[in-house]
Design a protein around this ligand. Structure first.
Ligand code: BLA
Length: 516
């Protein structure tokens, strides 16, 4: 069996390498059987978690290599054979039904297939939930959607509904920024665990491979962080341990278990909020003591999460669309002014407010061969020239955008109050014609949950990775950055550049015609 010891990993990059999809063990609230089909269409157990022996009351040696009918009745064996036929390589788990073991224990069966194998997970049933209650919550959320107008309100609603449905102490909606850092944007909490609202968590708290896995399998449950993992055993010692991406019982990374204990949470459950194919955020539920939630309730929460994701996508699109239309009108006005003037540049310089409005900038500058025209809040002429020369002389693209200019150009540290952010277009490599838009520095205070970078520690020359111990608030001032340019604003600059190229070219042709 594969055994990985993530605690001895060396740095935060290695943290991304832990093979969390093949932990080689399961959590203790159930057991796993992996079946292959014999040529006679019999189901043979090729891998099993060791704890199957206790649940089934027979030795693991009699389970491994045995057939389905030796373990279960004919009806269940037939149903599992049918699963094999109807869901080849299913890539998502599927609820079959509940059964009662010989011990009298009730288990829910969840299946999925990977390649030519069928994984059957047996999960202990702790609680029955009435379909009416589930139905009521879903109908309630959908009804509220009609009146909810923004992400904040939507986020608050979903955390309240999921907490009511599941009984967790704390439910958070956690959204990721471009760099993968997360902010808690909504919370519903009964007071047993501290509030995390508005706190920020570093991207390293959920490493890359975990984010990838959470895109494939959108529900993660850890009913009791203090469980004893049960190893997965195979009939054939050369067999690869099962890929558990789609397993509900997949054993948890030891680093993450330590993290949960440091956080004071004994149970957790997460749902991935996937917007336009990307992990936009997570709904994260915590409990101070062990807590399990039945499969049907988890599926209900998953449906709610998908509704929320679709709604977020709709809000984003509607907002982008409205902004794009607004900027298109500004662009149209500018182009009209240009065509009305004999010297088209006058059409722009006579309307500085419109030029700045095109990208929602605080200042702008035109650099045309020797001329330099400034409008709004900009660096002085020498400063603008320094920036424009740097763009031109270092081969920057014809469209350049940053909300953090100083790491690109050290001299920009002298103009933070006007040019922490820069959006620039260049029209021609031959004649110099650049338009630069500027945004000032916005100093922001970011409230982290604990100091973010203290995850690698060295004790007696041994470097080890620590999930954070401290979740006490810790503030950081973010400097030298402006408000970010949105994709719509950057597109407006690109469209404007294309339209201007067309006008400039037409003017040149007209002049040539007149001269001929
Ligand atoms: C997984 N980390 C996770 C998960 C969450 C977080 C939500 C998903 C599993 C779950 O639901 O418990 C992090 N949980 C948070 C955050 C909040 C929260 C930020 O509630 C905010 C309120 N973690 C580390 C370091 C490593 C690490 C340093 O801090 C690696 C060295 C790893 N986190 C880690 C791994 C997983 C994880 C490997 C995947 C666990 C798994 O699915 O097996």
């Amino acid at each position: 069996m594969t055994s990985l010891d993530p605690i001895s990993a060396v740095n935060l990059t290695n943290c991304d390498r832990e093979l969390i999809h093949i932990p080689g063990s399961v959590q203790a609230h159930g057991f796993l059987l992996v079946f292959a089909r014999s040529p006679e269409d019999r189901l043979i157990v090729v891998q099993a978690s060791q704890n199957a022996a206790e649940w089934l009351g027979r030795s693991i040696h009699r389970i491994l290599g045995g057939t389905c009918t030796e373990l279960f009745d004919e009806q269940l064996s037939a149903e599992l054979r049918e699963e094999f036929h109807s869901r080849p390589d299913s890539r998502s788990s599927h609820y079959l039904r509940s059964i009662r073991l010989a011990s009298g224990e009730e288990m829910e069966l969840i299946t999925h297939s990977v390649g030519d194998r069928l994984a059957v997970e047996f999960e202990r049933v702790e609680e029955r939930v009435s379909p009416e209650r589930l139905n009521k919550t879903i109908v309630n959320v959908v009804a509220q959607l009609e009146t909810i107008r923004d992400i904040g309100e939507l986020a608050r609603t979903i955390t309240v509904e999921i907490r009511t449905l599941t009984g967790f102490d704390r439910v958070l909606l956690y959204s990721f920024d471009e760099e993968g850092h997360g902010t808690v944007i909504a919370e519903d909490n009964n007071g047993n665990l501290p509030s995390m609202l508005h706190l920020r968590f570093p991207a390293t708290d959920i490493p890359k491979q975990a984010r990838h896995l959470y895109l494939l399998n959108r529900i993660r449950i850890i009913p009791d962080v203090n469980y004893v993992p049960s190893p997965l055993l195979a009939v054939d010692s050369g067999d690869e341990p099962m890929d558990m991406t789609y397993c509900v019982l997949r054993s948890v990374s030891p680093v993450h278990r330590e993290y949960m204990r440091n956080m004071g949470t004994a149970a957790s459950m997460s749902f991935s909020v996937v917007v336009e194919g990307k992990l936009w955020g997570m709904i994260s539920c915590h409990h101070a003591t062990a807590l399990s939630v039945p499969y049907v309730v988890r599926s209900g929460c998953d449906v709610l999460t998908r509704i929320v994701a679709a709604q977020i996508s709709a809000y984003d699109r509607a907002a982008d669309f409205a902004e794009a239309i607004r900027l298109k009108a500004v662009e149209r006005d500018l182009l009209t002014y240009m065509t009305l003037e004999e010297k088209y540049v006058d059409g722009l310089t006579n309307h500085p407010d419109k030029v700045m409005a095109l990208t929602r900038a605080a200042g702008a500058a035109f650099v045309l061969d020797e001329a330099c025209l400034l409008m709004g809040e900009t660096p002085n002429e020498a400063g603008v020239r320094t920036i424009a020369d740097w763009l031109r002389n270092t081969g920057q693209p014809d469209l350049f955008a940053t909300d953090h200019l100083s790491p690109h150009l050290a001299a920009a540290e002298g103009f933070l109050d006007t040019a922490s952010g820069l959006l620039a277009i260049s029209l021609s490599q031959v004649h110099r014609f650049q338009i630069l838009w500027f945004r000032p520095e916005i100093i922001r205070t970011v409230h982290w949950a604990g100091e973010p970078l203290k995850t690698v520690s060295e004790v007696g020359g041994i470097v080890r990775i620590d999930p954070r111990h401290s979740f006490e608030g810790w503030s950081e001032l973010v400097r030298q950055r402006s408000d970010a340019w949105s994709a719509v604003e950057i597109e407006a600059a690109r469209d404007f550049r294309n339209a201007m190229l067309f006008i400039v070219l037409r003017r040149a042709e007209e002049l040539a015609d007149m001269a001929a």
